[in-house]
Design a protein around this ligand. Structure first.
Ligand SMILES: Nc1ncnc2c1ncn2[C@@H]1O[C@H](COP(=O)(O)OP(=O)(O)OP(=O)(O)O)[C@@H](O)[C@H]1O
Ligand SMILES: [Mg+2]
Length: 469
């Protein structure tokens, strides 16, 4: 009864509450800082000073508060006279809940401000701090993901106004507007990867991640985990916690499957399920996950032939082949050469140009490496050429071995035929692969690119021909 009377006396309760409020704040204060009306620190407790890397609080006295606590809002409190009752402050040791109050003189003028950073001894703030930390983490990871996963190119980067190029761009734009898979076909260096980026950039998924997987560059045993991720506990060591796969990382965006012709058959059937049912299971888990990705696949292999030979599933091929885009080799769109050269030379230092003979020489080469080769040749020539005008001689040496355009190439490339068709073909393949390997100093990946083959296809051929060491 006595307590009830005490509690109904407002003035008395107010005094009790002020006392208890200050006790709580004092007990849970990790840091207290007081600033004058110019927001210079006049007092700070030792513990808070050490949190900000100072040896002792005396070092902070007289400094502008932001010099010590970069994101402090005490200056705003002094300037406006308004308190900031509850806020979160990111500090070097983790986030703290802070309370900032103006300090008035007897006449009511603001003469400074006091800030309390509350250390959560009482655990009352734990839910708030946890939530804040979680949101901060999500924000940071989303930011870095988006930065790393944004497409590098758009349609403006795809140079070419020849009929063949315009048709490619027309189909690619149609692909961008739809949700169906797009299949990019074409020799090495024709711009499949560039176009995949451009399609994503022009699609409604542009602000979501663009994630690539090179099916030829990842060992078969790791590809499935790379793709679908791993469940917690499925592996020991670093992967024990489970790891998201590319499919999850690309969620909502675009998954680019480069060199899809080199995808192992086991994985092909799992990919088919993603396409048909829009679901998958991380390695080592029975949990079925939904997937929302748009697929763009690319290959320089002849997929139809791979289907015939049993290396590629026919059903997957038909699923992927909804909107095929065939990128023409450079030799079939020589009209684009001048524009391509100009665009590439513009990007290079030195502002080089080509003279008439140089242009004629470029138009007589068959460009087995297509636009990648053109870029390398121009880069090499620009690097060596001191004069702004590049002549035929400079390009001739930058090209290395000139491949004359078809009519003359056929007879030059035909091997002397001995034995039956089979052994002649073997001899030709051996010769061709040996030449490509020699040219690329034994680098199989580069030799494969040069030949327009996937790396694993070239390996298989080398093994069959007894060329591998
Ligand atoms: N139409 C184009 N306009 C400008 N640059 C292009 C064009 N096509 C390709 N390139 C450039 O040529 C190089 C090779 O292109 P990209 O990597 O897209 O080829 P690719 O078809 O994926 O080759 P590969 O099969 O060897 O992987 C890149 O530097 C790319 O920017
Ligand atoms: Mg590529």
């Amino acid at each position: 009864m006595k307590d009830a009377n005490t509690l109904s006396d407002y003035q008395h309760v107010r005094l009790l509450a002020i006392r208890s409020l200050f006790e709580i704040i004092e007990q849970s204060s990790e840091g207290t800082v007081i600033v004058d009306k110019d927001a210079r620190i006049v007092w700070m407790n030792e513990r808070y000073a050490r949190r900000y890397g100072l040896e002792d609080a005396a070092q902070a006295i007289g400094l502008e508060v932001e010099k010590v606590i970069p994101s402090s809002l005490l200056r705003q409190v002094v300037e406006t006279g308004q308190p900031i009752l509850l806020d979160m402050l990111d500090t070097p040791g983790g986030p703290l809940v802070v309370m900032r109050l103006p300090v008035h003189d007897d006449a009511g003028a603001v003469i400074g401000a006091i800030g309390f950073a509350l250390f959560d001894q009482l655990q009352n703030l734990a839910p708030l701090v946890t939530r804040f930390t979680q949101i901060q983490k999500e924000l940071a990871s989303t930011r870095s993901l988006l930065q790393a996963r944004q497409a590098k190119y758009n349609f403006a980067h795809f140079i070419g106004a020849s009929a063949a190029s315009l048709e490619v761009k027309r189909r690619a734009r149609r692909g961008a507007a739809s949700e169906s898979p797009v299949l990019l076909l074409g020799e090495t260096g024709t711009g499949k990867e560039l176009l995949a980026h451009a399609i994503h950039s022009a699609s409604p998924r542009a602000h979501k991640p663009f994630v690539s997987v090179n099916c030829a560059a990842i060992p078969e045993t790791l590809l499935e985990a790379e793709f679908f991720g791993t469940a917690p506990g499925a592996f020991t060591g670093a992967d024990r916690k489970g790891r998201p796969g590319k499919l999850q990382i690309a969620q909502g965006g675009t998954l680019f499957l480069d060199e899809i012709g080199d995808m192992p058959l086991t994985l092909q059937s799992k990919l088919l399920r993603v396409l048909q049912e829009k679901e998958f299971e991380p390695v080592g888990s029975n949990e079925v996950r939904r997937s929302d990705v748009r697929l763009i696949a690319a290959t320089s292999l002849d997929l139809e032939a791979a289907v015939q030979e049993g290396h590629f599933r026919a059903d997957l091929y038909y699923r992927l082949n909804v909107l095929p885009i065939q990128l023409p080799p450079l030799r079939e769109r020589l009209d684009d050469l001048p524009a391509l050269c100009e665009a590439i030379l513009d990007e290079l230092p030195g502002h080089h140009e080509l003279d008439t003979e140089a242009r004629a020489l470029l138009a007589s080469h068959a460009w087995p490496g297509n636009i990648r080769e053109l870029r390398n040749v121009l880069e090499r020539a620009a690097l060596l050429g001191d004069e702004p005008l590049l002549g035929a001689a400079a390009l001739r040496s930058a090209i290395g071995r000139l491949c004359p355009l078809p009519s003359s190439v056929v007879s030059a490339a035909l091997p002397t035929v001995t034995g039956d068709f089979h052994s002649a073909r073997e001899a030709f393949e051996r010769q061709l692969i040996q030449a490509a390997l020699a040219e690329q100093a034994g680098n199989v990946l580069e030799a494969a690119k040069r030949l327009g083959l996937g790396r694993s296809t070239l390996y298989k051929k080398m093994v069959a021909l007894g060329l591998s060491s």
